[in-house]
Design a protein around this ligand. Sequence first.
Ligand code: SF4
Length: 472
Amino acid sequence: MNSVKERMIAPEEIRRQKEIMAYVRDIISRTEGGRKAFIETYGCQQNVSDSETISGMLCDMGYTITKDKQEADFIIYNTCAVRENAELKVYGNLGALKHLKTKKPNLIIAVCGCMMQQESVKEQIRKKYKHIDIVFGTHSLYRFPEILSKVVTDGGRVFDVVSSDGAIAEDLPVKREEGPCAWVSVMYGCNNFCSYCIVPYVRGRERSRRKEYILDDVKELALKGCKEITLLGQNVNSYGNDLEEDIDFADLLEMVCTVDGIERVRFMTSHPKDISDKLIDTMARESKICKQLHLPVQAGNDRVLKTMNRKYTKASYLEKIRKIKEKMPGITLTTDIIVGFPGETTEEFEDTLEVLREVRYDTIFSFIYSRRPGTPAAKMEDVISPEEKKKNFDRLLEVQDVISKEKNLELQGKVVTVLTEGKSKNNDLFLAGRTEGGKTVNFQGDDSLIGQFVQVEITEAKTWSLTGRVVD
Ligand code: SF4
């Protein structure tokens, strides 16, 4: 691994991008009616975080952000390569923009993110989607001002996709969604090469941000009124492994907890093989760290786990869960599960159901395996039919639905502390916030409660939702 200094984008380069931003800002300030930008994000929180940087750079360049694609002068899709379905949706959306571009020839359309890191995707867009002006990959994000400025000033198309182990760009403008909760990236990339996963190929190797930058971000957010921070990384438990300084993720968590104004700290994602006793103890000890853990198991069968290159067994995973529950009784546990991994038999799938029954997760995020070209698993053979995979998937949901409902029912009648995040997504008359365990609660209340901690009695617990009423 290169030294931290070598992995940082040089400050002179960031300054150069900022000069370009000022140059574009000048052009836009002289454009009648200004310029509007529309951003659509697919995939994980890392993409959401990248989109916040894109949004920050666009605002710095004089754009205002709109939620209406039709009125936008600039449209950007930040894409995900983890599942085929999301890719197909992107192609569909890009195709549909052809009509808008014909109506508005000055419209600039860009597409970026993990999907673009794949050569075949880039070439398909070059040849078949000629109305797309800009394509850039994950490693070119910091160069976005330069890329956009080329198209704004000279027209034409720009394709900027490089393969790289990845670097870290600090000090770029970021525009976050307003509210009491924010995400802060602590590291990028992944070294694990799980056999089904495209992430290490499109996001590069693990690289940790220096703690000073992370703490500066957290302090700035606290000053703006943010109360809850989620620390983000593909595998946060490896934080610090590549830094010269002797620091690990548990140390970093403790430092974040010392920031005044921050009252809740969450993190994701953790790899089960790397979750240490030190981290479990720190979580248990530190009251600001939410007692919530997302620990992706993916499958319950040892042979399948080995083929997935997950580097733990069902027994060692369950042993970690036992320790976690012992130190933090009542912790909210969630997981990711892949059903129908190549070679997985229905008998082997039964082990996954056993894990579900034993751990009793509050929620699971489950998917039928999606073949990702370029990964080792893409070449592996299936032994069961798609219909059987679907049957297993339905059984998984059946088992989990019962557990999720039972877990939510445990909260019925109880009073929980909720951080009010805003209006409920499903009903404008309700507010929504999350418990310490990360469960969303809908309740009626005044908008003045947004950003506040409130005590809410749970009056109705369903499989997927909690409703409550504010109590004194
Ligand atoms: S740990 Fe595995 S699943 Fe997670 S990002 Fe890395 S390679 Fe992908």
